[in-house]
Design a protein around this ligand. Structure first.
Ligand SMILES: Nc1nc2c(c(=O)[nH]1)N[C@H]1C(S)=C(S)[C@@H](COP(=O)(O)O)O[C@H]1N2
Ligand SMILES: [Mo]
Length: 356
């Protein structure tokens, strides 16, 4: 077993902070990702919080500030569970770094995304119980892990707009795939914000604060913004994720025998939308054929797809693209999406195969 209970064959991008993604074939292997294969993204050392003296503070613009133990959360609020796919804003960055260097950011392949059954309670129930004031336009999530990569180094804190925080799909989770949340995934309690960049799903949650403005912490105010070229601190605050898809098997660069090849991958729609279809092309995007798409396990989960291609000998590039329920497709080239931090790449994935 590897670090933090992960499989030995994880692609480890860094040990401290620990950043790792599952190999494509492993991710493709199950609709709900086993915990030992679930990607992990950290900005600092993983903190070990003792669940016995851990408390959640709910404060700021609320009429009734709360101090809750895990038992309080379990006993006073309704339990709920959902299958949710988490996706890092840096997922598929490697395709952008192939266009032009992205400095200081992890070159994630298509595995900075995984799916789990998260169990806990609704954040909305806790916020309503605390009495969020009408002027509280943002809800901040605070954790104790200190990131040396932040400027200046500081604990992890981000926020989401009030409406997102009060939606019934946002969870305070203490279980993952039916077992207690593992340390590296945020034990004892994490936020799960489905359909938004993984950065908003704060692990090791210790404080929820209702405020008039977004968090002014580094990870809200500076990082996770899509800057105009050459600028670091201005730009779009990333939140909802766009439609995306990837090829998981065969691997980019694989050498294969002639004949039928099963090609598999995943697709995930943005908030409030569903994946309508996924197509593949082997002639550079002139002709496309439709793939077989799995049913999603709920509105917040990915869908796996598969197709069998009869590949001729030679160098073959397999391209994939998805369409969503609004009729929107994906952009063709990573070059058209390149940005200095390499965020939210959803260009057509491409795997280069050698068939002989
Ligand atoms: N406290 C804390 N929460 C965090 C992070 C972190 O570094 N510290 N990383 C975020 C990012 S960028 C992502 S993509 C997800 C990754 O969650 P995972 O490690 O459970 O896969 O956690 C988010 N929550
Ligand atoms: Mo992330």
């Amino acid at each position: 077993m590897g670090m933090w209970g992960k499989r030995d064959d994880m692609v480890v991008h860094g040990q401290e902070p620990f950043n790792a993604e599952p190999p494509g074939a492993v991710l493709a292997g199950a609709a709900v990702t086993p915990v030992d294969a679930f990607y992990s993204r950290n900005h600092g050392p993983v903190p070990r919080l003792d669940p016995a003296d851990w408390r959640l503070v709910v404060d700021g613009l609320v009429t009734r500030p709360l101090l809750l133990s895990l038992d309080d959360l379990r006993s006073r609020f309704d339990a709920t569970e959902a299958t949710v796919t988490l996706q890092c804003a840096g997922n598929r960055r490697a395709d952008l770094t192939a266009v032009r260097a992205v400095t200081g950011e992890t070159p994630w392949g298509p595995g900075a995304l995984s799916t789990a059954r998260f169990g806990g309670t609704r954040l909305a129930d806790v916020l309503v119980h605390a009495g969020v004031a009408p002027e509280a336009a943002h809800i901040a999530f605070h954790a104790p892990d200190v990131s040396p990569s932040a400027d200046p180094p500081q604990p992890y804190e981000v926020s989401v707009p009030r409406d997102r925080a009060l939606a019934p799909d946002v969870l305070l989770a203490w279980t993952m795939n039916g077992a207690p949340l593992p340390t590296v995934h945020g034990a004892p309690l994490r936020v799960v914000v489905p359909g938004w960049i993984g950065a908003r799903s704060v692990k090791w949650l210790t404080r929820v604060t209702a405020r008039t403005t977004p968090s002014d912490g580094y990870f809200q105010a500076t990082a996770y913004r899509l800057p105009p070229a050459g600028r670091d601190t201005e730009g779009v605050t990333l939140g909802p994720l766009p439609l995306n898809c990837a090829v998981l098997t065969p691997y980019d660069g694989a050498v294969l025998p002639r004949g039928p090849v099963e090609v598999t991958g995943y697709a995930l729609a943005g908030e409030g939308r569903t994946v309508a279809r996924v197509e593949v092309s082997t002639d550079g995007g002139r002709a496309w054929s439709r793939t077989a798409l799995d049913e999603p396990d709920g509105p917040e989960a990915w869908q796996r797809w598969r197709t069998t291609l009869d590949l001729p000998a030679g160098d073959v590039h397999v391209l994939a693209r998805a369409w969503d329920s609004s009729g929107t497709g994906m952009p063709e080239s990573p070059a058209s999406l390149w940005n200095p931090k390499g965020y939210v790449n959803n260009a057509w994935p491409r795997v280069r195969l050698r068939v002989r």
